[in-house]
Design a protein around this ligand. Structure first.
Ligand SMILES: NC(=O)c1ccc[n+]([C@@H]2O[C@H](COP(=O)([O-])OP(=O)(O)OC[C@H]3O[C@@H](n4cnc5c(N)ncnc54)[C@H](OP(=O)(O)O)[C@@H]3O)[C@@H](O)[C@H]2O)c1
Length: 299
């Protein structure tokens, strides 16, 4: 997906050690001048730590925020911390980017939706988050839009990869421990490999720059759904990566209570991304195969 040309731009990635941040670094490093930061150097709960950094960056550095408070259940008991990181920080980052005349790239979530709809959600659908995490992420989107500087917001879903904390790694670990595997089959969404999203982000940046040079970045404003194609349940996803010898039991959400309510349906329609940039993420099954194959490939 990534084309053979340098982006000729400086990029700051916030959230270097996260699933997406790590893949962004990997995807962007060959094509741009990348600096990647994480805590404690940058703490999104403490604006001084990142405002100072942003004001020292070379002119025109694109800022990519892959950091977030992503502990969906814990957010229910830490709403203030989730709000500072997911809602306030993106607005301050966007304002700093506007002041210095650069593009701000931010990520949001399918959990802004309530799951009442039974067709993939489009960008025009009205969010109605069911939990603190979703509310703070939606507030973050709104804060970025309110600044009205150059920005791109990618709403993604069900991120996984071979690093960090995610459903795939947790379920695989439990399978090797021989623990019972009862997996929810009435929540449906789009499992998305963090690498697919990182590569799509690079492809969008390349398209923008190829169209009009670096100045095109400053005219960019938009919200895009960006997830792997297709949809499945958590149970369907687990079945696709576990060996057939592992016994898996599908269960309803009611049998797996969690602190945060989750939308029963949150598939994303990503046709706006394809229409505006010609960028499509792969189908989730294909991305999963590539992810698992990458485990035995050299880094
Ligand atoms: N994971 C999903 O299923 C999912 C689904 C939809 C949307 N998204 C969105 O996609 C984006 C990337 O998610 P991800 O799964 O890659 O996240 P992740 O793996 O949980 O990584 C989050 C990153 O944010 C950093 N971080 C947390 N609190 C911070 C703070 N106060 N200051 C600075 N950095 C902080 C973490 O650093 P530490 O490790 O030091 O805490 C980590 O590097 C986020 O915007 C998320 O909301 C994720």
């Amino acid at each position: 997906m990534i084309e053979n040309s340098r982006l000729m731009t400086d990029i700051l990635i916030i959230g270097r050690e996260g699933q997406l941040g790590w893949e962004l670094q990997r995807a962007m490093a060959p094509w741009a001048q990348v600096r990647a930061v994480d805590q404690p150097e940058v703490n999104l709960a403490l604006p001084d730590t990142y405002v100072r950094l942003l004001r020292q960056l070379p002119q025109g550095t694109v800022v990519v925020n892959a950091a977030a408070y992503t502990a969906v259940d814990r957010a229910e008991t830490e709403p203030d911390m989730a709000r500072r990181i997911n809602a306030e920080a993106p607005g301050i980052l966007a304002e700093e980017c506007r002041r210095s005349g650069t593009l701000f790239i931010h990520y949001s979530t399918d959990f802004v939706f309530d799951g009442v709809k039974r067709k993939p959600y489009v960008e025009e659908d009205t969010p109605n988050p069911l939990n603190v995490y979703g509310r703070t992420k939606w507030a973050g989107e709104q804060a970025v839009c309110a600044v009205n500087g150059a920005h791109l917001i990618f709403r993604t879903a069900w991120l996984y990869g071979l690093r960090g904390t995610n459903f795939l790694l947790t379920v695989r670990r439990r399978a090797t421990e021989g623990r019972p595997l009862r997996i929810v089959n009435d929540q449906v969404g789009c499992p998305t490999w963090a690498r697919s999203l990182a590569e799509a982000t690079v492809a969008v940046l390349q398209k923008l720059i190829m169209r009009n040079g670096a100045s095109a970045l400053l005219e960019t404003r938009g919200l895009y759904h960006a997830a792997c194609q297709g949809q499945t349940s958590w149970y369907g996803f687990a079945k696709a990566f576990l060996p057939s010898t592992v016994a898996l039991q599908p269960i309803p959400t009611a049998e797996h209570p969690t602190a945060a309510r989750r939308p029963p349906y949150s598939a994303l329609d990503c046709s706006r991304l394809e229409r505006d940039f010609g960028v499509q993420l792969p189908r989730w099954e294909e991305a999963l195969r590539a992810c698992l194959a990458s485990e035995s490939a050299p880094a």
